[in-house]
Design a protein around this ligand. Structure first.
Ligand SMILES: [Fe+2]
Length: 440
């Protein structure tokens, strides 16, 4: 679709608002700590925050200023420093990175040029600019790095730097599980204008009936797995999972420690007792898989997750979100770093799917059993490095976004992926199972 006239003006306004809202988040995350902290590497898994900061500006320059705008480069000399493929994370602290003040000036210079471009750009049929796609891609990219920077904040030691009100308390009691009837549904999208290449195209997927947890697995349930010796029993783990558990000495989710008879967790520099009704977070795929096997269940496939989230049994249509097609609000889901941890189960009744599945969007990224692949008819866009180079057995798909995911980077179709050993991300899970013959 080509936006013209007042449509184009509306789109320009929306893009400007999203760019500003996103930059405010980036600024808050990077002004919460001093320069020494920005330059420090808090974990070999993460970049120094000042790398993320300038990388966000560099991608904006590459795609919007140079490609869409056809303008002269601002800082071509630094491209290689901020190329995520050329520079592994562990090596980034040793690079001659822009110091914080210089990085901020760079971002502001690029942003000025983008505003100038946005005033004049014609949203033609060229795929990169149709519906403002490149601007949407850059907004999502910056939001994704903001979530990464939030994970870095969770890993850093020292006095707390971030604050937020606690998430809402439970408002309803949520059932244990929901039965999803057999049948086809539409997975992915061909129409959401800012959807990324790996979410496309829409296609029909026919699934047998299954049951899926009505909420993510909670700390309380996960503690039962620990108390039952789940971490010490190789029966529950895959061979690969057990080897990883042994090598890393895993005994509990990341950021947990024993606290008398119970457990405490550290959240952004503050210790507190583990709360049983919150979704468990900071577990890797192997831990999720072992819990599910211990519980006599399994992880859902990606298709099962999406059908539970989007399929409307009345119309047979797939919605953009569990609650409908409207963008998320604070009533629907715990998104956008509005709170700094997952909300207890039952806190978002307005966000439930038609089948009664809760908290699919927000709170915790949910591991699925599916390895990351292109959908039938996949076409890489705008470049192979966005998704295609990550396809294969090495990465598992995560769905639904976390409390640290912005609404601009979260849809019912949105796909995230990571190595099955990763747990510095805001990752949890829910379980599923096949139906018994009497349930079919
Ligand atoms: Fe990036």
């Amino acid at each position: 679709m080509t936006a013209t006239g007042s449509d184009a003006e509306t789109l320009r306004g929306r893009i400007a608002a999203e760019l500003a809202r996103t930059r405010a988040r980036t600024t808050a995350l990077t002004e919460a700590v001093d320069d020494a902290d920005l330059l420090r590497q808090h974990s070999p898994l993460m970049s120094p925050l000042v790398w993320d900061l300038a990388h966000v500006g560099n991608q904006e320059e590459l795609w919007l200023v140079r490609d869409v705008g056809g303008r002269e480069p601002v800082r071509q000399d630094i491209d290689h420093l901020y190329d995520a493929f050329q520079q592994p994370r562990r090596d980034r602290p040793a690079l001659p990175l822009l110091p914080p003040a210089e990085a901020r000036v760079y971002l502001a210079t690029v942003r000025d040029k983008v505003h100038d471009l946005l005033d004049r750009v014609r949203f033609t049929d060229r795929p990169l600019v149709a519906d403002g796609f490149a601007f949407g891609m850059i907004v999502q990219h910056e939001q994704q790095h903001d979530e990464t920077m939030l994970a870095t904040h969770q890993l850093r030691s020292g006095p707390p730097a971030l604050g937020a009100p606690p998430p809402p308390e439970p408002a309803v009691r949520v059932a244990d599980e929901v039965l999803v009837p057999a049948g086809p549904f539409t997975m992915g999208t061909s129409t959401d204008p800012w959807a990324l290449d790996n979410e496309r195209p829409a296609h029909r997927v026919d699934l047998p009936g299954y049951a899926i947890d009505a909420a993510p697995v909670t700390n309380g349930r996960y503690r039962e797995f620990i108390a039952d010796g789940g971490y010490d029993d190789p029966r529950w783990w895959t061979g690969e999972g057990w080897a990883h558990r042994q090598a890393e000495g895993l005994t509990a989710p990341l950021h947990w420690r024993r606290d008398g008879d119970g457990w405490a967790y550290r959240r952004f520099g503050r210790w507190s007792p583990v709360r049983d009704d919150e979704p468990v977070v900071h577990v890797c795929f192997h831990e999720a898989q072992a819990y599910a096997t211990w519980a006599g269940r399994r992880l859902p496939t990606e298709a099962e997750w999406e059908k539970a989230a989007r399929w409307d049994p009345v119309t047979g249509r797939s919605r953009r979100y569990p609650w409908g097609d409207d963008d998320p609000t604070a009533e629907h889901a715990n998104l956008g770093q509005r709170h700094l941890w997952p909300a207890p189960v039952g806190a978002y009744p307005a966000g439930a799917s038609p089948l009664g599945v809760h908290q699919l969007i927000g709170d915790v990224w949910e591991w699925t059993s599916t390895t990351f692949r292109g959908y039938p008819g996949f076409t890489a866009f705008p470049y192979r490095e966005y998704s295609e180079v990550f396809f294969g057995d090495g990465h598992r798909v995560l769905r639904g976004g976390s409390f640290g995911t912005d609404r601009a980077a979260c849809r019912g179709t949105f796909r995230n992926w990571d190595y099955p050993i990763r747990r510095q991300i805001f990752s949890g899970f829910r379980c599923a199972r096949d139906l018994r013959p009497d349930e079919r």
